[in-house]
Design a protein around this ligand. Structure first.
Ligand code: ZN
Length: 281
C-alpha cells in the first residue's frame, strides 16, 4: 500500500494552531461510575503491591453551537445501585454506578438521542452504554476497532478485555473509523489526539474554550497524576514504548497550548472538578 506523504506531513500537523483555534461553548463533566481495584501495582508496576485503590470513571459532554459530543460512555446503566457492581476483570476490579448518564443529561434538558457524536477514548471500561447512543455517530480509531476483533495474544487479562469490548461495542449504526488525529468540527475547537499505548487505538481529546482556554481530556494515556510524573506504564497496556511516547506527546501539547489536563481515572483530582449541571466555558 502506498502512503501519500504530502498528506501525512508531520505527526503534529492536525493539531490546531493555538492562536487561531475555534471555540467550543461548554464542557460538562458527567460521573461515569467509580471502581475499587485490589492491587494498585497493576497501574504502578513495582510499587503498591496488594494495595487497594479507588478510581473514578469520567465522561464529558461538549457543546459547540447546537451540536453535542459525548466523550466516553462509562459504566453500564444496568449497574445502577447494584451492590455487586459490574466488572471488566472480576479478580481485579469492581465498578459501581450511583447516577445514570441519562439522568445526568436530563439535568440540562438533553436526551441521549440529541447527541450528534460519541467519541470513544478506547474500549475497555469506557464503552458501557453504547446502546443508548444509536442515533449518534461513533468516532473511534480504526486501530482500536480492528484490535478488539484481532486474534488473542499471550495476556489473558487483555484477551478478556477484548472479548468484553466486542460485546459492549456491538455494531454501531453510524460509525466513523479514524486514522490518527482528527479535527472534529474543522475549526480546531475539538480535536481527537492519537495517544496509543494503553490500547492500540487509544486517543485523548483537546477542547478549546473561551474562558478556560485549552483542556486535554486524558482518555487512559495515564491513570494517575503520579504515573504522568514518573512515566510509569500499567502492566495491562499493550505497548510500553508507545505509552511513554504518548505521555510525552501530551506533555508537549500541554506546553504548546498552555493546556489544563484532566485525568479520567484519577479520583482525587477528578472529584475536585465541576460536575454537570455546572460547566467549563
Ligand atoms: Zn479506563
Amino acid at each position: 500500500m502506498s502512503v501519500d506523504r504530502t498528506l501525512t506531513a508531520t505527526a503534529d500537523s492536525k493539531l490546531p494552531n493555538p492562536a487561531r483555534a475555534g471555540l467550543a461553548d461548554k464542557l460538562y463533566r458527567l460521573d461515569g461510575g467509580h471502581s475499587l481495584a485490589n492491587d494498585e501495582s497493576v497501574w504502578t508496576p513495582g510499587e503498591n503491591v496488594g494495595r487497594s485503590i479507588a478510581f473514578s470513571s469520567t465522561c464529558w459532554l461538549i457543546q459547540r453551537g447546537n451540536q453535542l459530543l459525548l466523550w466516553d460512555t462509562g459504566v453500564p446503566e444496568s449497574a445502577l445501585n447494584d451492590p455487586e457492581g459490574w466488572s471488566t476483570l472480576p479478580k481485579l476490579i469492581v465498578y459501581h454506578l450511583d447516577k445514570t448518564l441519562t439522568d445526568q443529561l436530563a439535568e440540562i434538558g438533553v436526551k441521549p438521542t440529541d447527541i450528534a457524536y460519541v467519541a470513544i477514548s478506547h474500549t475497555h471500561d469506557h464503552i458501557g452504554n453504547m446502546g443508548l447512543f444509536q442515533n449518534s455517530t461513533v468516532l473511534i480509531q480504526r486501530a482500536e476497532y480492528e484490535w478488539i476483533r484481532s486474534p488473542d495474544g499471550p495476556n489473558d487479562n487483555v484477551n478478556q478485555l477484548k472479548a468484553l469490548a466486542r460485546k459492549l461495542m456491538g455494531t454501531p449504526r453510524h460509525l466513523r473509523l479514524l486514522d490518527g488525529d482528527t479535527d472534529v468540527f474543522g475549526d480546531g475547537s475539538v480535536t481527537l489526539i492519537s495517544t496509543p499505548g494503553h490500547t492500540p487505538g487509544s486517543q485523548s481529546l483537546l477542547v478549546h474554550l473561551k474562558n478556560y482556554g485549552f483542556i486535554i481530556l486524558s482518555g487512559d494515556v495515564v491513570h494517575l497524576e503520579e504515573n504522568f510524573e514518573k512515566d510509569a506504564v500499567p502492566s495491562l497496556n499493550t505497548d510500553k514504548a508507545s505509552s511513554i511516547a504518548s505521555m510525552e506527546r501530551v506533555r508537549r501539547m500541554i506546553s504548546t497550548c498552555n493546556a489544563k489536563f484532566f485525568i479520567n481515572h484519577d479520583k482525587a483530582e477528578i472529584d475536585k472538578l465541576k460536575l454537570i449541571p455546572a460547566f467549563y466555558d
